[in-house]
Design a protein around this ligand. Structure first.
Ligand code: THU
Length: 138
C-alpha cells in the first residue's frame, strides 16, 4: 500500500474524532505486515484522563484482534476547522509503538494531505527508546 493511500485513510478516520474539549481532531491508519489497515481517532472524555489518542486507538483495535506485527502508521491532525501542520505522535503513543514495532523499519508517516506528507523511522522519533528487548537483554 502506498503512503498517500494510508494518509487518505487517516484523513477519513479523523472525521470520526470525538474531541469536544480540545477541538483538535486526529486520525490514524495503521498498516499491519499482513496488509490490513486499522484506523483510529482520538476519543476525549469529560474527565480528561480517560481520553485516548488516535494512534493508540488504532493500535489497541489491531492488537485486540490478534495483530501484533506492523509496517507503518499514517497520522493526520489539527484543529477541527482544518489541518494546518504535521501532527507528531505524543510520547505515550511513541512508547506503544516501541512495544510492537521494529525500531529501524517501522514508518511513521505524518500527513497534511494526501499530497503532502513526510515519514520517519521510530528510532528517529524515540531515540534511546526502552522496549521489550531491553528486558530480555542480559
Ligand atoms: N492527540 C492525538 O490523538 N494524537 C497525537 O498525536 C497528538 C494529540 C489528541 C489528544 C487530544 O485528544 C487532542 O489530540 C489534543 O491534544
Amino acid at each position: 500500500m502506498d503512503k498517500a493511500t494510508l494518509v487518505k485513510m487517516a484523513l477519513k478516520a479523523r472525521e470520526y474524532s470525538y474531541s469536544p474539549y480540545s477541538n483538535f481532531c486526529v486520525g490514524a491508519a495503521l498498516l499491519t505486515k499482513s496488509g490490513k489497515v486499522y484506523s483510529g481517532c482520538n476519543i476525549e472524555n469529560a474527565a480528561h484522563t480517560p481520553s485516548n489518542c488516535a494512534e493508540r486507538t488504532a493500535f489497541f483495535k489491531a492488537v485486540s484482534e490478534g495483530e501484533t506485527e506492523f509496517e507503518a502508521i499514517a497520522i493526520v491532525g489539527g484543529p477541527s476547522a482544518g489541518i494546518v501542520d504535521f501532527c507528531a505522535p505524543c510520547g505515550v503513543c511513541r512508547q506503544v509503538m516501541m512495544e510492537f514495532c521494529d525500531y529501524e523499519s517501522f514508518e511513521i508517516i505524518l500527513g497534511k494531505s494526501e499530497a503532502e506528507y513526510k515519514s520517519f523511522q521510530l528510532k528517529e522519533l524515540l531515540p534511546l527508546g526502552f522496549g521489550p528487548n531491553n528486558l530480555s537483554a542480559r
